[in-house]
Design a protein. Structure first.
Lengths: 291, 133
């Protein structure tokens, strides 16, 4: 009993098999009518059926990594990736292959009517093949999901490290969330890039949004400051909350000769002073509301 | 052997590193620069490394050394235009070059040098003035 026999069976019963398969998929109630049209489903099923039939004619085992299955693999991979992106659930995606079992088993039964041994062998072959295909679908589906998650993670990292220009030659980097080594390198890169672009001589790193400062975080901050200094920009660390000041002293964290300020406003004042700007108030304010 | 050219601009020496530094080139630069500082009696040295894209610990240390040597010879050295990637590499190597002055570009480096030298000049003037008063 070889796969080519199975291929013959699929070939002989082609129209009926396809029709049954598509109708099973539709009947299962697991097909997302809102995400995929029936015509599209039929087309995909037909395409896959053809690819599978060709592959079975070429290959003698159900191991999907063999070269003969390349077309099947590519098609199925693309299918489950696109379904994962469209928002199909894992079982809805797996159904595409699994719903093929019943029609195929039916066709095998019809082909081996009266030959119990042959039927068992053919069924086993078909099961093995369809299970492999199902597993492959799931694997690709999960891979696609993980890719999405990874993409979102990196998006979040970039979103959470904006560098804003406060004044000519003064940029600020409001840090939110904990600083791990991964994040530090991104923060460092963005900051240095902006320093070059804006030709800023002073960078204010605001750590109001950093929940805790331990030796590790302090180490990362100092690294960033050192890198900025090497480029020719000075750093001011601001937004040090009272509790953080206390922990820093208790942990004997030494920020060296880095200027630190309690608030961003204070840091901006220092930065303006250092770059030679003078801010004067001309009237009592409230100007925004007056005409 | 290649050498890195050293330009004289008034009281300053300008070194622009435009090739990948290897160790012998760095040593040669160190030699040339110290000689030039003494012969030209320069007050400041500007090292532009904006084209330098790759550094190792040796080059990093050399930048620190040149700056210390210049100071010993009575000149201030400023390293300008370091690329972000280079800065990150040096920090990761643990070389934060604490004694070295830095600036974003040649223009700002020049300003910085003028400030240092101006300060020195005023200092020496007031030294002269003091005994008279």
């Amino acid at each position: 009993m070889s796969l080519s026999k199975l291929s013959e069976i699929l070939n002989a019963d082609r129209t009926r098999l396809l029709a049954e398969w598509v109708s099973y998929q539709n009947e299962s109630g697991q097909v997302r009518g809102d995400l995929i049209t029936e015509r599209e489903l039929t087309r995909e099923s037909e395409q896959f059926f053809e690819l599978l039939r060709e592959a079975l004619g070429r290959e003698s085992s159900a191991e999907l990594h063999r070269p003969g299955y390349k077309g099947v693999r590519d098609f199925l991979g693309e299918l489950s990736r696109s379904r994962s992106r469209l928002g199909f659930t894992p079982s809805e995606t797996a159904l595409f292959i699994l719903s093929m079992k019943r029609p195929v088993f039916g066709a095998v039964q019809r082909a081996f009517a009266g030959d119990a041994a042959g039927q068992a062998a053919a069924l086993w072959m078909a099961t093995e093949l369809l299970d492999n295909l199902g597993l492959f679908t799931m694997e690709t589906f999960m891979e696609a999901r993980e890719e999405v998650i990874k993409g979102q993670q990196s998006d979040m990292l970039e979103l959470s490290t904006p560098v804003v220009q406060l004044w000519d030659g003064i940029v600020a980097l409001p840090l939110i969330g904990t600083l791990d080594s991964n994040r530090t390198s991104i923060v460092m890169e963005t900051l240095l890039q902006v320093i070059v672009q804006t030709r800023s001589e002073i960078a204010i790193i605001d750590i109001t949004g950093v929940p805790t400062v331990d030796t590790q975080v302090a180490q990362h901050l100092l690294k960033t400051v050192a890198a900025a200094r090497l480029m020719g920009a000075d750093c001011i660390i601001s937004g040090i909350r009272p509790q953080i000041a206390q922990t820093m002293v208790h942990l004997q964290i030494d920020l060296g000769n880095v200027i630190t300020k309690a608030t961003m406003a204070e840091a901006l004042r220092t930065a303006m002073h250092r770059s030679g700007f003078v801010v004067t108030r001309k009237s009592a304010g409230g100007l925004l509301h007056q005409k | 052997m290649d050498r890195i050219p050293i330009l004289t601009m008034g009281q300053f020496l300008l070194v622009t590193i435009q090739v990948d530094m290897h160790d012998r080139l760095a040593m040669a630069l160190q030699d040339d620069l110290t000689t030039r500082i003494t012969t030209s009696r320069a007050k400041g040295v500007l090292i532009d490394i904006s084209s330098l894209e790759i550094v190792d610990s040796f080059i990093g240390r050399m930048l620190g050394n040149i700056s210390s040597m210049a100071r010993v010879l009575g000149a201030e050295a400023v390293v300008v235009g370091m690329q972000p990637a280079v800065a990150i590499t040096l920090v990761e190597l643990g070389l934060s070059l604490d004694g070295v002055h830095t600036a974003l570009d040649v223009e700002k480096g020049m300003q910085l040098l003028r400030r240092y030298i101006g300060a020195e000049f005023e200092e020496s003037l007031s030294d002269v003035d003091d005994p008279e008063n």
